[in-house]
Ligand binder design. Structure first.
Ligand SMILES: Cc1cc2nc3c(=O)[nH]c(=O)nc-3n(C[C@H](O)[C@H](O)[C@H](O)COP(=O)(O)O)c2cc1C
Length: 230
């Protein structure tokens, strides 16, 4: 089992510590990336990834190690502190670069067996919208099991978090890690993901982007093959 953490911040604050605690409790081999340190580019809007192929992205080589780590991982954890009610700019800029992998374009088959986690912390509010910023991508990449964890830490750093909140966080991470270990190798897409796949399949049958259409055809998805089946 392999766990990947992509942190939407460089620093080791409350958000980082919760993500790391979860990975430690899962207890598998873990890889970590920090944004923007490990990838800090903004999408230029050239649409090369959609129309010509992802290797035409001007940031392709810089992005590649993170994309490879996503493909190899069984569990993908995205973390972000809440910044003005949403995910951090570096997290958003990173997720923009994976738009070509969204269901309406060219989702990667490997995603359909993974588990994903979104973790956010705020002083008071905004965890729901921040986790949605991240879970929208995990869902559209094709990840069938997504957990969301938001905590209003009432602090601007990990050392300020109250003992009472720390006890709750430790307990929550015990439970979440146990669920993830228990579901490893067993996750299957639900109605919502399957339904969205089928709508995108219809789009690709009468599509507008030849690259996407070929991709779906070659995978056999416009016929009877499905990415969640072996
Ligand atoms: C630029 C910026 C914007 C923030 N916006 C919010 C916000 O909208 N709502 C909130 O409750 N806290 C907000 N905060 C506080 C952080 O979300 C909170 O302290 C968080 O736990 C920090 O996580 P960290 O320790 O991982 O950096 C903001 C902090 C910064 C630096």
């Amino acid at each position: 089992m392999k766990t990947l953490i992509i942190n939407g911040q460089n620093h080791h604050g409350s958000t980082y510590h919760i993500g790391k605690e979860l990975a430690d409790k899962i207890g598998s081999e873990t890889k970590e990336f920090f944004l923007p340190k490990d990838f800090g580019e903004f999408c230029l809007g050239c649409t090369g990834c959609f129309v010509k192929g992802e290797e035409h992205c001007p940031h392709y080589e810089k992005l590649k190690p993170i994309v490879e780590a996503i493909d190899e991982a069984d569990v993908v954890i995205l973390t972000s502190p809440v910044y003005v009610m949403h995910a951090t700019g570096p997290m958003k800029a990173f997720l923009d670069h994976l738009g070509y992998r969204w269901m309406v374009h060219r989702p990667e088959k490997k995603m359909f067996k993974k588990q994903g986690v979104c973790i956010s912390t705020a002083a008071g509010a905004g965890m729901k919208s921040t986790n949605k910023d991240m879970s929208d991508s995990l869902f559209n990449w094709g990840i069938p099991k997504i957990y969301k964890y938001g905590m209003a830490v009432a602090a601007t750093g990990w050392e300020e978090v109250s003992e009472k909140k720390l006890v709750k966080i430790h307990k929550d991470m015990d439970r979440l890690a146990a669920d993830i270990k228990n579901n490893h190798g067993k996750v299957k897409p639900g109605m919502k993901l399957k339904g969205w796949f089928m709508i995108c399949r219809m789009v690709q049958k009468n599509g507008y982007n030849p690259l996407d259409m070929d991709y779906w055809k070659q995978n056999g998805w416009t016929e009877g093959t499905r990415p969640w089946k072996d």
